[in-house]
Design a protein around this ligand. Structure first.
Ligand code: BGC
Length: 768
């Protein structure tokens, strides 16, 4: 661009931009009419290097979320060889970089700014696993909407979220970033998050592109070790790991991110099956596919590519459109095209996909429309956003145990000991992947308890130990605090960076000497409330049988402190339910709801039976099952009533049951419906979640819950990868969690079912 252009105002520049590019102005249309033609005209003027630039995403030097391979992003922006930048935000900084792209690069194509807006941008919500515990789809969509509003005002166009990976191994640190272990819940939540980020109209300046990641099966890493090998049967891949991605696609997700892992021998970034055959051909995805950070380069270490050039070839052939931080496309693309290894047409198609989304965001009309200092000031951490964060944080808290109704606490004293290494740990409140969140803006649990009791209760505090060290020298202080108090609140768990990326653990108990401190606190005879902060299920068998009250608060976000106080003092009656199973011991992992039976099941009524499927040293069942979560009131469930005991192919089944608040305070319950298909031509899990409903219910009141099960709820993936239901007996189970269920049985019948013959009902395309 010339110096003359630099004197234009942003608005005039925007209007002039397309004219200067030889592209007709777009008017009010947001990405539809005329955009494709404009893109073709632009493509016709681009050099190969500029095209590869649109396929290149580089990090700014503001933040580092992985290996840094090519730091000089500024030079690339100027040369038009970088089309997208991540880890750069604020209206001012994105404007500055955009100005370089628009005014100094040859064609002035606007940059796309991406960032990991995972559970909030500035206003941080609970970690995604915590949000999932709310089972509140509306609130989760609202959290993504708020995140998008704040991020967009700071110049961001694109979030690398939601993570749609099912995770059934608590050792894997990234279990914190997803919606847990169950297919139905994770699919619903993924859909809600996509809707929240993208809204209904991408051309609005407060909506951003979402990215379904990590495609695919990243959560099934062997031994829970991050980036590790994944080896899955195609049936399990399609039954368990793909449906949340399909849900993202159905919700209109604009982009997909490849996964670091190999899947059945092929790194996902080089998988033509995943990226082309399945995603584009079968599912009809039209957005663009970005790699995970340097995952093209990593195909060399996987032993799949000979060198970086070969890795680039494999990635392009598989269907990758954008290279995150690897610089492989930029460095090797020209050579690959020159010698005919890669066709120009494939490159053009990838560039079209990227430019189309830039156009749909309205960046060709006004490249600065997202970087808006006034909007940034108005929306970032607004009172409404903070209130929503507090609400969702309180909803995410799970009351795991409450013997003798120790909780809620009285706020009239006299003395409370608030101990444990996380009681005053400000940094930990917002967890990992906390984006542009500022932990300094958080109130800690200790401060929030002090705020809530406002001098009416004497609070004595001592951390007692570190999160993760062997030092017991400060136990005495915490024990002295306990001695002075009527009740002890122990805030314990993991540090914020013990979960998230590259944060797998082989021991998932309380780190360091926290358990020893907890035991000594318990030994004082003072009642103990354990507040857990963690990014994964923790194996806490001793606490689960000795500590009367336990709250799982995850990493609850900017407003997490006040939300914990809301629950501790009963201003909010807890309603969270576990989106993941809590093991008794790491040796049980993976342990999850949808396990199958064996040919030699363990019978609890015959505990000494030999030759059955069991451990010698730990029970088979979990510490806390999926869906578990108590309230300060009690709920009584009736058995389910079915609209019919027998249904035919294509029929729906109506299920209703009553939930009565049998306690003495109002509460919110999440009623859950599970299904078991007793016999199949492929063995079926013991339980699968199929429906849930969250509702408020007054003391003494009865609420009738009604669900409809559709034919696809009865279907499962067969060896030929078709989705079909089979006739036979099904059990419907309802309750407050998978550990306490009431059931009824129905049959799915075919016209003429011969004994032993599997008649099947086609349901059409997979995951529909
Ligand atoms: C992570 C992605 C993330 C990306 C960009 C990678 O290391 O796996 O989830 O979006 O970095 O920060």
């Amino acid at each position: 661009m010339t110096s003359l252009t630099r004197t234009f105002t942003a608005g005039f520049l925007a209007a002039a931009l397309f004219t200067m590019l030889g592209i007709p102005a777009r008017g009010a249309d947001a990405g539809g009419d005329g955009l494709d033609q404009r893109i073709e005209e632009l493509l016709g003027r681009m050099t190969l290097e500029e095209k590869l630039g649109q396929m290149t995403l580089l990090t700014s030097d503001w933040d580092r979320t992985g290996p840094s391979i090519k730091p000089n992003y500024l030079e690339g922006i100027r040369k038009g060889t970088v089309g997208a930048v991540f880890n750069a935000y604020t209206a001012a900084y994105t404007r500055k970089l955009q100005k370089i792209a628009v005014e100094e690069s040859r064609l002035g194509i606007p940059l796309l700014f991406g960032y990991d807006v995972i559970h909030g941008h500035r206003t941080i919500f609970p970690i995604p696993l915590g949000e999932a515990a709310s089972f509140d789809l509306k609130a989760i969509e609202g959290s993504a909407r708020i995140a998008a509003t704040e991020a967009a005002a700071e110049g961001l166009h694109w979030t690398f979220a939601p993570m749609a990976d099912i995770a059934r191994d608590a050792r894997w640190g990234r279990i914190a970033e997803g919606a847990g272990e169950e297919v139905y819940l994770a699919s619903e939540i993924t859909r809600s998050r996509v809707r929240g980020f993208q809204g209904t109209d991408l051309s609005r300046p407060d909506t951003i592109l979402a990215c379904a990641k990590h495609f695919a099966a990243y959560g099934a890493a062997q031994a829970g070790r991050d980036y590790h090998t994944v080896d899955l049967s195609p049936m399990t891949l399609h039954q368990v790991y793909l449906p949340p991605f399909r849900a993202a696609l159905d919700a209109g997700v604009a982009t997909f991110m490849t996964a670091f892992n190999e899947l059945n021998g092929i790194p996902c970034t080089g998988s033509g099956y995943l990226l082309s055959d399945l995603l584009r051909q079968e599912w009809g995805f039209t957005g663009f596919v970005v790699t995970d950070c340097t995952s093209i380069n990593e195909m060399v270490a996987h032993g799949f590519a000979r060198d970086l050039r070969h890795a680039g070839e494999l990635a392009i052939e598989a269907g990758v459109d954008m290279d995150m931080q690897g610089s492989v496309f930029a460095d090797h693309g020209p050579g690959l095209v020159a010698d005919g290894t890669i066709e120009q047409a494939g490159i053009d198609e990838a560039v079209r996909r990227v430019l189309r989304l830039k156009g749909q965001l309205g960046l060709f009309d006004d490249p600065y429309r997202y970087s808006d200092p006034a909007r940034e000031k108005a929306v970032v951490m607004s009172p409404a956003h903070l209130a929503a964060a507090r609400d969702l944080a309180a909803k995410s808290i799970v009351l795991l145990r409450n013997e003798g109704s120790l909780l809620p606490l009285s706020d009239s004293g006299p003395t409370l000991a608030v101990v444990g290494p996380l009681a005053d740990g400000r940094r930990h409140m917002i967890g990992s992947w906390s984006g542009a969140g500022d932990f300094e803006k958080c109130r800690t649990v200790l401060e929030s308890i002090q705020d809530r009791t406002a001098g009416r209760v004497k609070i004595v505090h001592a951390p007692g130990c570190d999160i993760d060290s062997e030092d017991r020298s400060r136990f005495a202080e915490a024990l002295a605090a306990a001695a002075e108090a009527e009740v002890v609140v122990a805030v314990m768990g993991e540090s914020y960076d013990m979960s998230g990326e590259a944060a797998s653990r082989s021991d998932i108990g309380l780190p360091g000497v926290q358990l020893q401190l907890l035991r000594e606190l318990h030994a004082t005879g003072k009642p103990v409330v354990l507040v857990l902060l963690s990014g994964r299920p923790l194996a806490i068998p001793w606490a689960a049988t000795h500590v009367p009250s336990i709250l799982e608060a995850w990493f609850p976000g900017t407003m997490g402190g006040p939300a914990i106080a809301d629950v501790l003092f009963g201003d909010v009656n807890p309603s969270g339910k576990l989106p993941v199973t809590f093991p008794r011991a790491v040796g049980q992992v993976p342990i999850f709801l949808a396990v199958k039976n064996t040919g030699r099941p363990f019978h609890p009524e015959k505990p000494d039976e030999k030759y059955v499927s069991r451990y010698l040293d730990v029970p088979n069942d979990p510490l806390f099952p999926f869906g578990h979560g108590l309230s300060y009131t009690t709920f009584t469930y009736s058995p389910p009533r079915l609209s019919s005991e027998q249904i035919g192919p294509g029929d729906s089944l109506r299920v209703e049951f009553d939930v009565t608040n049998s306690g003495d305070r109002a509460g919110v319950e999440v009623a859950q419906l599970y299904l078991r298909d007793l016999v199949g031509s492929v063995t079926r899990p013991l339980l699968e979640l199929k429906r849930f409903k969250r509702f408020q219910i007054e003391p003494g009141q009865r609420h009738t819950v009604r669900f409809t099960l559709d034919p696809e709820d009865l279907a499962f993936v067969h060896p030929d990868l078709t989705l079909r239901a089979e006739p036979g007996e099904f059990r419907v189970l309802v309750g407050p969690g998978s550990g306490r269920l009431e059931g009824a049985t129905f049959r799915l019948v075919a016209g003429d079912v011969r004994r032993g013959a599997y008649q099947v009902f086609e349901l059409g395309p997979l995951h529909r």
